[in-house]
Structures are given as structure tokens and as C-alpha cells.
Design a binder for this molecule. Structure first.
Ligand code: SF4
Length: 476
């Protein structure tokens, strides 16, 4: 028996599986307040939903809470919420990025009772306390609910003052599911050491969800957590999953100089100089994720990224110099982006890959116009008809799908991801080698006619199992 069951159902197409860090924070807050908690974290799908039903039967919680972000997996979270509500009548809460950005759309789902907006820890504790005592939820900051058919959205709660208060209860999840082999290191685990980001990139949900306020754990907290993970789970490498790990460089350097193990982190292209590269090498950095987004300086200005293509090139050059893998993410479909901008981005990505052995291109993904982001009004101006239900959001917006009315060649945007990934695959057998060279030729020469093989790959990509096999076989 548990008081609360926390649930996260992922997109079954995703080949990677990260720990449900948000749920672990919420679990920590509930446990500090004396609640008993279970976590259910799986890829979506009927079998998994049946397992979840079994867990709810066994645990008989008085509250279930889902953590959800926008994407196709919304469908599974909706389905599971409906089943739980029907079978148990227990209050269902949704929190996370999707409900925070779209509280009204979310609360209008008939089987969702409460929406937690913004950081969940304090709100869910107050909600659980009130429900347990049978008290009204009126005035709970950070909460959205319905009263006599009217949507009530309470004030946002101030951000958590002391993040170090929350020590993650890793024992609630099967850590082995999340341990990955990376950079030749057998046991790498992702963690988060900070929240938010002070920048204001036009497409990024951080600007709305975290209000450009960066908050962080103290270096001592992070160092002790890493040493716990090392001792308890034999973790040998860390993937810092922070939106902007280097916001406070002295904090970051203190952590990195103490953990004494290989690691990866997100970093902005404008942080790089030779001194920075040298330090990264000394601190055992293996991979840096750089949000490059576009190969067109005009588009970088539109999205207010505050970096240039020259800085991106310089960042990758420095990574190359110090033998650090540079993973660069790109996106296409920004409102105002022209065919020439797309051509430049495709060319820029190819040049980086060719010039620097360390460069790995991620994407290009299709831009998602999240409400609340600075670019959203522009997307509306360019003809976006925003979905009105969570299910429509699930169906219409994800990384492989282009439903942007201002994009003329939607098929090309949906295909480029597959072309670029296949061209970078680790081809071992003759068939893979042929596919790789065809896609490399397409990418290099921007020859995007008669994409028959990509149409087949896109059709196969609709099956979660085939997507996983695809990534496993082609190593991309
Ligand atoms: S894209 Fe990166 S740098 Fe820009 S606001 Fe988001 S987290 Fe910050």
C-alpha cells in the first residue's frame, strides 16, 4: 500500500530511456512530509498500461500523479489516466512541462482532476495533505482545477528556495534500466544539478517554465550525490542533464574538479575558448552537447540564440583539438526561415561533420511552437492553428512530424532527420555501407528528390519496435 503513485509513460519510439528525475524530486518532497510513494516509469504501450493497473490495484493510493511533456507519448498518459480514473476513481494529477504550458487544455480532459503548474514539489505536498484531510484545495498556489465547471488557475508558486533539501530516493526506481554505456565507459547515469536558464531563446520552453531564473544545487550536494551513486550503484560516468550546466562556471568547475570521473554536459557555443577546452579535458570531459539550432545567422537572430555560426564552428574546433565529442542539435521550421536558410543549415551541418572528427549532428528536428515561448506569437502570425486538446498535441507535434503551415516542403523537413542520421551511422555490413553512402551523397549535394528509401524508413519508424531495432542496428 502506498499513499501516492507517481507515473511517467514515455514514447515507445524513443530508443533512449532517462531516469524520471522530476518524479524522483517530487517523491523526495512527499517522503519528507511522511507520505509513502511508488514510482511507475515505463515506455507506453498496452502491456505496460496493464502492469500499471496491477500496481494501482496493489498499492491502492489516494492520489496518482503523472509527469508529462508534449509529444506522442501524451496519448499513453491520457489512456492510462482514463483507465485509472474509471477503475479506481482516485484523483488524477498531471504535472510537468506540457500541463505547465497548457493548464487549460489539460484540465479540460474529463479524467484529469488537478494540474500542477511549474515546480511540483511543494504544490503536490500541499495538495496531498489537503486531500488526505478532506480539505478544500482552494488557494493552493501552483494548482489548476475545475470548480462548478469553471477553470481555476491559481497563482504560480515561488521557486523552491533550497533545492538541496531534496535528496533523490533512487531506491524507488530500477537504476539498472538507466545505466548506459557511453564513450567506452560502462556505467553512465544522467543526473540534474540545476534548473532553468537565464537566456531567452525563442523556441525554448525554459524561458516560460523557469522564467529565465537559474537555480542550482550546491557543489557539495552534487559531489556527495555523485559519490553516493558511485558507491551504491558503481556509476563510473555522469551525464549532466541540466539545461545550462555552465551558468555559474565556478560552481561547475568545483563540481567537475571533484568528481573524478568522465562526464558530459550541455554548453552554449559562446562559452568556448582554448582555456575552457583545456579545463574540460583536465576534468575528464567526454562529450559536450551544443545547441547549434541553425546554420543561418539570420535564423539564429530570429530565435534570439545570441550565438553566431562562427562561434559554433569555433566551439567544435576546440572540442576537436582536445578530443572531446561535440554533439550538435539543429532544428528546422522556424517561422520566417527561408529555403536559403534551410539550404545553409544543411550545408553547415555537413561541413561541421566533415571538418571535425569529433562532431556528431543530432536532428535536424522539426520546430515545435510551444505556447508561452517568445516565438509562439510569431507562429500564430504565420498561420499556426494551435491544437485545442492534449490528444491533438500528441498527434500533431513531435520531432518527426511537420505540421507547420508556413513550411512549403514539409516532407523534406520530416526526411532530413533520417537522411542525416543514416549518413552518420556506424555502418558495419555491406547493406548499411551502401545506405550510408547514398544518404551522405544526398546530404552533401542537397539532392532530395525521389526519397523512396526514406519513405520506407519513415513508414517503419511508426513501429516502436522497429525504431529500436533501427537505432541498435545502425548505431545512429
Ligand atoms: S535553448 Fe538553451 S540557452 Fe536557450 S534558453 Fe533554452 S536552455 Fe537556455
Amino acid at each position: 500500500m502506498s499513499d501516492v503513485v507517481l507515473i511517467r509513460l514515455e514514447d515507445p519510439h524513443h530508443h533512449q530511456f532517462y531516469p524520471p528525475l522530476g518524479l524522483l524530486y517530487v517523491a523526495s518532497a512527499l517522503m519528507l512530509d511522511g507520505f509513502t510513494v511508488k514510482i511507475f516509469h515505463e515506455k507506453g504501450g498496452n502491456k505496460k498500461i496493464n502492469r500499471l493497473r496491477g500496481m494501482i490495484n496493489d498499492e491502492n493510493p489516494f492520489l496518482v500523479a503523472f509527469s508529462v511533456f508534449t509529444g506522442p507519448h501524451l496519448y499513453y498518459n491520457l489512456k492510462a489516466s482514463e483507465i485509472i480514473k474509471e477503475e479506481h476513481g482516485v484523483p488524477v494529477v498531471w504535472g510537468g512541462i506540457h500541463p505547465t504550458i497548457l493548464p487549460e487544455v489539460t484540465i479540460n480532459v474529463p479524467f484529469i482532476d488537478y494540474v500542477v503548474i511549474g515546480e511540483g514539489e511543494e504544490t503536490i505536498v500541499e495538495l496531498a495533505e489537503r486531500l488526505r484531510r478532506g480539505r478544500s484545495v482552494k488557494g493552493v498556489n501552483g494548482l489548476c482545477y475545475k470548480e462548478n465547471g469553471n477553470v481555476i488557475i491559481n497563482e504560480w508558486r515561488p521557486f523552491v528556495k533550497n533545492l538541496d533539501r531534496y535528496v533523490l530516493p533512487w531506491e524507488l526506481v530500477d537504476v539498472e534500466k538507466y545505466v548506459q554505456k557511453q564513450w567506452g565507459v560502462e556505467r553512465v547515469l544522467p543526473i540534474i544539478t540545476s534548473r532553468g536558464c537565464p537566456y531567452d531563446c525563442g523556441f525554448c520552453y525554459n524561458t516560460y517554465v523557469h522564467k529565465r531564473r537559474w537555480r542550482a544545487h550546491s557543489p557539495d550536494y552534487v559531489i556527495s550525490q555523485v559519490s553516493f551513486l558511485k558507491e551504491r550503484y558503481d556509476i563510473q560516468g555522469i551525464n549532466f542533464y541540466d539545461a545550462n550546466f555552465f551558468t555559474d562556471k565556478s560552481r561547475a568547475f568545483k563540481i567537475l574538479s571533484s568528481i573524478n570521473m568522465p562526464w558530459a554536459a550541455e554548453v552554449r557555443a559562446d562559452e568556448f575558448d582554448m582555456e575552457f577546452g583545456k579545463k574540460m579535458k583536465e576534468f575528464l570531459c567526454r562529450e559536450l552537447f551544443i545547441g547549434a539550432e541553425s546554420g543561418s545567422d539570420r535564423v539564429l537572430k530570429i530565435i534570439n540564440k545570441e550565438i553566431t555560426t562562427e562561434q559554433i564552428d569555433n566551439a567544435v574546433k576546440i572540442c576537436n583539438e582536445f578530443g572531446i565529442r561535440a554533439s550538435l542539435s539543429f532544428m528546422l521550421g522556424i517561422p520566417g526561415e527561408t529555403e536559403e536558410d534551410i539550404r545553409r543549415t544543411v550545408e553547415f551541418m555537413y561541413d561541421l561533420k566533415e571538418k571535425y572528427q569529433c562532431a556528431k549532428i543530432f536532428g535536424p528536428k522539426v520546430f515545435t511552437p510551444y505556447p508561452g515561448t517568445p516565438l509562439y506569437p510569431k507562429a500564430i502570425e504565420f498561420g499556426l492553428q494551435p491544437p485545442t486538446t492534449s490528444l491533438e498535441w500528441a498527434r500533431n507535434f513531435h520531432r518527426f512530424k511537420c505540421n507547420l503551415p508556413w513550411v512549403d516542403n514539409k516532407n523534406l523537413l520530416e526526411s532530413l532527420y533520417f537522411i542525416c542520421q543514416l549518413a552518420q551511422m556506424n555502418a558495419k555490413d555491406p547493406i548499411s555501407k551502401i545506405i550510408k553512402s547514398i544518404e551522405d551523397f544526398r546530404w552533401k549535394n542537397q539532392h532530395f528528390k525521389f526519397l523512396y528509401e526514406i519513405e520506407i524508413v519513415k513508414t517503419l519508424a511508426k513501429s516502436p519496435m522497429l525504431v529500436r531495432l533501427f537505432f541498435k542496428h545502425f548505431g545512429c
